[in-house]
Ligand binder design. Structure first.
Ligand code: ADP
Ligand code: MG
Ligand code: ZN
Length: 626
């Protein structure tokens, strides 16, 4: 295992100790060069000394190997004899000369080494060594007595759930789909034999994806609590450390420990810290070896424990799934992905109930109102909200939380959140509602194998303010020109609704327009669907259309053709836009009804949605497709 210093990180870590050591070294050096106070005697040239001896002016001299100190006979000032020093040169005649001139002289005994500096030179280096050792021992956590140099040990904390502190699914609310998926995992952990007997492979990795504070950590604790198994928790960033190789060693150690305690759960928080796509970070100079080694080790370990009787299930959490290395998502690794999203209205209501039980509420408090006012809040924000309200009540010496406290707490939490994530203002919410319903109505009336399954105006994930979910009714591999035109119209439905209702447009449609334009370009350039331009592929082959990669480079074409392509693309989008506008004007009443309903409920899906959308009708002129 190569151990070398990673040059980015140690500066901060080493800070204090480095400073101490350097300071100490400088002190030693300086003390060497500082003139010894006992030696502070005026220095004179050797020739002057000889002259003074010859003049019989010297009373006595002390000669050492590096200096001659002598006292003059003439007493110049206040009775103290003048003492001078000079540096000896190789002069065999000196004793003779001194004797001739009656100088008392003596050689000093060989200088005794300074006891202090001797001690220093013997004691300091080992001391430095010990300090460094202790530094590492401390860094590597609760190593205790045996902990010196244990920095390759994993720093995972283990929780063995006991009856009181046990977290169960009852403590988590508003994320029902995730709970349903994870219930299965609990079953794997409880009765692995049942699955082994039939020859089924128990999944090894489950990836929880969702914005911060939605309860990913809580959910995985609940899985451990429900199954009654030990729970190892470690953050991805804790693997990435000072030394290259330490992260990999820690992963190895963690899995070693976990296997001993199987069945159990390993929870890796912030998986993205080690699992970033390797290809994506090629441009970065240095510093990636460590993460890559750690990631490789993790993959190896996950592949390794398949033959186990008792399962070790790795749960991991991330809020940046798009940055993860594809290798992590392959079967046998994190092949299950569970979306843990911000709760909707009823979810928020249930979460509020959980936390309201922990504080004293006055009778009149209406949690429904609070749930309605907190669209976009994650579970952690709601927990925080109830606590803030309790703090407010306690500050003014009330014994129970009132509605007003909760309302004030909302404002506080929102103020904090507005910096971090998006909370929609009421007027924005209205725009988002009409926008999404616009998508839904146009999408419902367009041909093609998909139906609108859900409309939501709860801000989701990192980018969307709301969304309309279209599910394919059948698996399709081919799309007709008609289907694609329908898709463009559906994408433009959101913006068109804003135009019809508000007479102006917002920035919310940027992504829709991007996708609509992409489809139109492909229709002309890749699928040869333009009548004027004919069945030619103007785009070069390659590029991942479905991977969201950049669109294909264009073949070399004449200026005239390039202009014609642009015109065709523009025409396709324009016609789809007209179509969407026509549909929405024709169904203006329905647009209003559904939008009002979604402003109340935030999410409409299933049978309710089906009934509503069934009322939509195609305007005659929209049937005529150019
Ligand atoms: P994440 O790991 O997704 O960032 P956490 O699980 O750490 O979020 O959530 C932090 C805290 O917020 C939890 O300890 C819990 O008190 C509260 N919380 C978050 N989501 C929920 C939820 N769905 N139900 C109940 N409490 C929640
Ligand atoms: Mg967490
Ligand atoms: Zn949209």
């Amino acid at each position: 295992m190569p151990i070398r210093q990673d040059d980015n990180r140690p500066t901060r870590r080493f800070g204090l100790i480095n400073l101490l050591l350097i300071g100490f070294g400088v002190l030693l050096l300086v003390s060497n060069f500082l003139p010894n106070p006992a030696n502070q005697v005026p220095r004179v040239p050797y020739s002057l000394f000889i002259d003074q001896v010859n003049d019989d002016n010297v009373q006595r001299a002390y000669i050492t190997s590096d200096q001659i100190r002598y006292e003059l006979k003439e007493v110049q000032t206040e009775g103290a004899p003048t003492v001078l020093a000079t540096t000896p040169i190789f002069d065999m005649d000196l004793p003779q000369r001194l004797e001739q001139h009656g100088v008392e002289f003596a050689a000093a005994p060989p200088q005794k080494p300074n006891i202090f500096s001797t001690i220093l030179s013997w004691v300091v280096p080992p001391l430095i060594f010990i300090v460094v050792l202790q530094f590492f021992a401390r860094r590597s956590g609760m190593g205790g007595a045996q902990g010196a140099l244990s920095f390759t040990k994993s720093k995972a904390k283990v929780y063995v759930p006991d009856e009181e502190s046990r977290v169960t699914f009852n403590d988590v609310a508003g994320v029902d789909e995730a709970k349903a998926e994870l219930t299965e995992i609990v079953d794997f952990l409880k009765k692995p034999e049942r699955y082994a007997a039939i020859g089924a492979r128990i999944p090894k990795g489950v990836l929880l994806i969702g914005p911060p504070g939605t309860g990913k950590t809580l959910l995985s604790k609940a899985v451990a609590g429900e199954a009654g198994v030990p729970f190892f928790i470690i953050s991805g960033s804790e693997f990435v450390e000072l030394f290259v190789g330490a992260g990999a060693a820690r992963v190895r150690d963690l899995f070693e420990e976990a296997k001993k305690k199987a069945p159990c759960i390993i929870f890796i928080d912030e998986l993205d810290a080690i699992g970033k796509s390797r290809s994506g970070s090629m441009g970065v100079v240095g510093g990636n070896d460590e993460r890559e080694q750690t990631l490789n080790q993790l993959l190896t370990e996950m592949d390794g424990f398949s033959g186990q009787e008792k399962p070790v299930i790795v749960l991991a959490a991330t809020n940046q799934p798009e940055t993860l290395d594809a290798a992590l998502l392959r079967p046998g690794r994190f092949d299950r992905q569970v979306l843990v999203d911000r709760p909707d209205l009823s979810g928020r209501r249930t979460i509020l109930e959980i936390y309201a039980k922990k504080v004293k509420l006055t009778d009149g408090v209406d949690l429904d109102l609070i749930a309605q006012a907190t669209a976009g809040f994650a579970g952690a924000d709601l927990a925080n909200l109830v606590n803030e309200a309790a703090l407010l009540a306690a500050r003014v010496n009330r014994t129970a939380v009132e509605q007003g406290d909760l309302n004030e707490a909302i404002e506080r939490v929102v103020a904090g959140l507005e910096k971090k994530s998006r909370v929609l203002q009421p007027d924005e919410k209205k725009v988002v509602a009409y926008h999404e319903v616009g998508h839904a109505i146009v999408g419902h009336l367009m041909p093609g194998g998909s139906k609108v399954a859900k409309i939501s105006i709860v801000p989701r994930g990192m980018s969307a303010l709301g969304y309309t979910l279209q599910l394919p009714t059948e698996e399709r591999f081919l799309n007709s020109k008609d289907d694609l035109q329908g898709q463009i119209a559906t994408l433009l439905g959101g913006r068109s609704a804003e135009e019809v209702v508000f007479g102006e447009v917002t920035t919310g449609a940027a992504n829709d327009l991007q996708r609509a334009t992409d489809i139109a370009e492909q229709m002309v350039g890749t699928f040869g669907m333009s009548e004027t331009l004919g069945p030619l592929a103007y785009d070069k082959q390659g590029g991942g259309r479905f991977l969201g990669g950049p669109s294909n480079p264009r073949r070399v074409v004449s200026d005239a053709t390039a202009q014609a392509i642009d015109r065709e693309v523009r025409g396709l989008v324009d016609r789809a836009h007209e179509r969407a506008l026509a549909i929405l004007r024709h169904n203006r009443g329905l647009l209003e009804t559904i939008s009002q309903e979604i402003l109340d409920k935030e999410v409409i899906e299933g049978e309710d949605l089906k009934v509503l959308l069934a009322q939509s009708v195609l305007p005659e002129e929209a049937v005529v497709v150019s």
